[in-house]
Ligand binder design. Structure first.
Ligand SMILES: Nc1ncnc2c1ncn2[C@@H]1O[C@H](COP(=O)(O)OP(=O)(O)O)[C@@H](O)[C@H]1O
Ligand SMILES: [Mg+2]
Length: 376
């Protein structure tokens, strides 16, 4: 009898560039899934620094080319470790779906020799992954949506619809390097956008002032005081008032941006962390007030991504949203750090089955397309 599921690995590394989150799961033909094992491979410091440089436009074609292969090897390593951990054999895995590592993403059209187009680049080469794992690998999802006139982002709403449905009006709020929301509701078409920085500015300041990669549990932010005057200045960023669909990334909230805003920062480094953390929470809240509440009365918020572990951030969100319950993916039996890896496994399933997998109401694409490229 033909089995009615595929055994898949989904792999994700987002704008935080902290490392690769991977999930091994069974995906059934009705899109139900069963998580088997997960694994995280943190990027070695040297890799993270090189990736941050590339994303900050400080890299040569030589660097991009080599890093494509090096990061591909790390994704393969992560997948191999995951398979080993699961007790399965390589041949039991039907495919790997990888987001890759974005080093550049600019959906805004630029015109070169009368050709006007957006562009995006995820490195972590799929042929390198296929070769080093022995598993068919699908990746480069964003390209096709951009080619179809979309922003190439956000792609996760496709999975949000599968995971949560649209019966209850909900916001699925991911807090990665950038914070992004998917609005699921019977009252409107699914829409999604980036609310602004998630952990990106927090991580930058943690590195600069504490020589730590991030604010574990939000403990440092909890020990500081929000500088309301500085927060007001930070909120004065035009991006926050742009009307969705909109996406952002290191192209805006990069090191230069961080250094610019830090010119007005308070003296106490703990207060700096508290205030940039408050910025993430406030911009999420303001975005809902401006762009979500006018369309649908949401009944709950579901947080995900590494920011869901930041107690200062989640505490502020609970305070701002008052009566609206703020939950996390764990309340739905999904690991908060794994959701996006699962999402890419689902997107990859569609690539193989030739099912269109972009959501044009979210990306702005002219039509539904099948995203993903395959290396056998
Ligand atoms: N235990 C934790 N406490 C606070 N913040 C955390 C924790 N774990 C992860 N993070 C934050 O989440 C980020 C990674 O989140 P992730 O969802 O992987 O984002 P991305 O998709 O951008 O890679 C880290 O850089 C860090 O800022
Ligand atoms: Mg990450």
């Amino acid at each position: 009898m033909k089995k009615n599921y595929k055994t898949a690995i989904g792999m994700m590394s987002g704008t935080s560039m902290d490392g690769i989150d991977a999930c091994l799961l069974k995906i059934f033909d009705d899109f139900k899934f069963e998580i088997l094992t997960n694994h995280t491979l943190n990027y070695p410091q040297e890799i993270r620094e090189k990736l941050l440089n590339l994303a900050n436009n400080k890299g040569s074609t030589h660097d991009i080319c080599y890093m494509d292969f090096v990061v591909g090897r790390l994704f393969a390593k992560c997948a191999n470790e995951l398979i080993k951990k699961s007790g399965l054999k390589t041949k039991d895995v039907d495919y790997i779906a990888t987001h890759g590592q974005t080093v550049f993403h600019t959906p805004k059209p630029e015109t070169i020799s009368e050709i006007s187009t957006g562009a995006t680049l995820q490195i972590g080469n799929i042929s390198v992954i296929a070769e080093n794992t022995g598993v068919t690998t699908v990746g480069n999802f964003r390209t096709r949506d951009i080619a179809a006139g979309g922003q190439g982002a956000p792609l996760v709403p496709f999975a949000d619809e599968i995971m949560f449905g649209r019966k209850i009006p909900r916001c699925i709020q991911n807090i990665g390097g950038i914070a992004n929301v998917t609005v699921l509701s019977p009252e409107c078409e699914t829409f999604a956008f980036d609310t602004g920085p998630g952990n990106m500015l927090i991580d930058y300041c943690m590195k600069k002032y504490f020589d730590l990669p991030y604010d574990k549990g939000g403990r440092i932010a909890c020990s500081g005081i929000i500088d309301e005057d500085w927060l007001q200045i930070l909120l004065d960023e035009p991006y926050y008032l742009h009307i969705p669909p909109k996406t952002t990334g290191r192209e805006l909230f990069n090191d230069l941006y961080a250094e610019k805003i830090l010119q007005n920062a308070p003296l106490d480094r703990k207060d700096i962390i508290a205030t940039v953390t408050a910025l993430s929470a406030r911009t999420i809240f303001e975005a809902y007030k401006n762009f979500v509440f006018p369309k649908t009365q949401i009944q709950e918020i579901v947080l995900g991504g590494g920011g869901a572990y930041n107690r200062f951030l989640t505490g502020l969100l609970k305070k701002y949203f008052g009566n609206i319950p703020v939950k996390t993916h764990v309340d739905f039996n999904i690991n908060d750090k794994l959701k996006e890896a699962i999402a890419f496994a689902l997107l990859g399933y569609c690539t193989f089955e030739r099912i269109p997998n972009n959501v044009p109401s979210c990306t702005g694409a002219k039509k539904k397309v099948i995203m993903g490229e395959i290396a056998y």
